[in-house]
Ligand binder design. Structure first.
Ligand SMILES: Cc1cc2nc3c(=O)[nH]c(=O)nc-3n(C[C@H](O)[C@H](O)[C@H](O)COP(=O)(O)OP(=O)(O)OC[C@H]3O[C@@H](n4cnc5c(N)ncnc54)[C@H](O)[C@@H]3O)c2cc1C
Length: 428
């Protein structure tokens, strides 16, 4: 039987195309470390590489297999800047701070590409991103966005597309305009997870799979992470469990909420279908965003963050084919070969959550659907804080992230209602 992630639905197209996926042992026995990391997605694995390379004794425990969470199963879209547009951040924080946040995200982008190339990790990078208006009323905002990015944020790679250019580049007349970003691209996320785990192990990090942390306690200047196979005692701890952390640590749970997101992969499409001839990644203007892209072998990988019950991965196939047909009617009967999903960690203001949640315990996550480039970089920034420079991570720590309202029992139902309301608003 092919492997199935126990924590995310469906088997992904990435799992069938990533090449060998080495297995790592479970923790067996007690350990001492400088830093213990809980969670082996992009955030945790990247922190492990950079800490180990800085000479830190680091132990990482992953509950299942590396890539079983969001990092191995996402849309692969890198994007540009933070999740919120730079001009929104400018309105909230002023130009200087918005520039600092934008520049940090640009560093994150460069870091991802430099890290993979320096470590020989082939991530199937494909350039280009189109962001498109699904309602006419959003077109002016896209036009202004392109101008502002060039004039105030020194980012010249975004250009406005009118309806005709949008139709040509998307291969569909469904959208009213948008922007094209030639300064970013999209990747095969599971290849990045596998490559980062390899780099971490090669650098001397002690990395363990199938080792769920059951408890984290910080007392007497030490942090103890308890697992079934042993306890790790360390000077510091990074919680990098993101949307999959459950009730492991209450402050993170109150601030980071899991939302299901689902992707379907079609059979390879011939050029005659006219779908995204330039091979860019696309995201639309819905609050409950639709995101899609072509794979190197010509499949359409189509994702949506709609809320529906998934009892069977075939349910994903049906929903995704319906969404594809709204944009590409010629694909209404297209064969979907893979349908899968995962959990995105979101915060109330859709900005990352970085906080010391107990003495010596830092929690990082809540990238709100924008973690492909940010999470890898934040792992490196965490390593920097351990080795003495907290300045850059501070910029994110200082963002105000309130907890979700409703307390433990009401948080999820309230979010469900809110998302349904936004999904309805996307349609009118
Ligand atoms: C379907 C989907 C599509 C997405 N598309 C995009 C996109 O196109 N662009 C973008 O920028 N972002 C996207 N995202 C978000 C992006 O994938 C995440 O922001 C990023 O992967 C977060 O990485 P992470 O390491 O913080 O979390 P994860 O990759 O989720 O890793 C957390 C890990 O912690 C482990 N864990 C949890 N609890 C414990 C415990 N008690 N003990 C040990 N380990 C534990 C989990 O098993 C998991 O492996 C998408 C996400 C999904 C699910």
């Amino acid at each position: 039987m092919p492997y199935q992630s126990p924590i995310s639905p469906g088997r992904s197209w990435y799992e069938d195309t990533a090449g060998p996926r080495p297995e790592y042992p479970a923790l067996d026995g007690d350990r001492q470390a400088d830093v213990v990391i809980v969670g082996g997605g992009f955030t945790g694995l990247s922190a492990a590489v950079h800490l180990a390379r800085a000479g830190t004794n680091v132990v990482l425990v992953e509950a299942y297999r590396f890539g079983d969470g969001a990092s191995g199963r996402n849309g692969g879209q890198m994007g540009t800047g933070q999740r919120a547009w730079a001009e929104e951040l400018e309105g909230e924080y002023g130009l200087t701070r918005a520039r600092a946040l934008f520049d940090l995200a640009e560093e994150a982008k460069a870091h991802l590409l430099d890290f993979t190339s320096a470590n020989g990790i082939d991530i199937d990078y494909m350039p280009g991103q189109l962001s498109v208006a699904h309602k006419r009323r959003y077109v002016d905002a896209y036009k202004a966005h392109a101008e502002i990015m060039a004039s105030r944020f020194d980012y010249p790679h975004i250009t406005f597309m009118d309806a005709a250019e949008t139709a040509e580049r998307v291969g569909s007349t469904r959208f009213f305009g948008g922007v094209r970003d030639t300064g970013t691209g999209h990747i095969h996320p599971l290849k990045l997870v596998i490559g980062t785990a390899r780099a971490a192990a090669a650098a001397g990090a002690h990395i363990f799979e199938r080792t769920p942390a059951r408890n984290i306690a910080s007392t007497g200047g030490k942090v103890r992470v308890t697992t079934a196979g042993g306890t790790v005692t360390a000077d510091r701890c990074l919680i990098a469990a993101n949307a999959y952390g459950g009730d492991l640590e209450p402050v993170s749970a109150a601030h980071i909420m899991p939302i299901g997101s689902f992707i379907g992969a079609t059979v390879p499409l011939g050029a005659e279908t006219g779908v995204i001839p330039g091979g860019e990644a696309i995201d639309d203007s819905r609050f409950v965003v639709r995101y899609f892209r072509k794979s190197p072998d010509g499949r359409l990988l189509f994702g949506g963050r709609e809320i529906y019950a998934v009892n069977d991965p075939k349910d994903i196939h049906i929903q995704i084919r319906r969404q594809i047909a709204e944009i590409y009617p010629q694909l209404k009967d297209v064969e979907i070969t893979h349908g899968w999903g995962g959990y995105v960690g979101i915060t109330m203001p859709r900005k990352p959550f970085v906080r010391e949640v107990m003495p010596r315990v830092m929690s990082i996550g809540g990238y709100s659907g924008h973690g492909v480039m940010l999470s890898n970089f934040f792992g490196k920034l965490y390593a920097e804080t351990v080795t003495g420079n907290r300045d850059r991570l501070k910029l994110i720590e200082e963002l105000k992230i309130p907890p979700f309202p409703g307390g433990r029992s009401l948080r999820a139902p309230l979010l469900f209602l809110a998302l349904n309301w936004y999904a309805l608003r996307d349609r009118i």
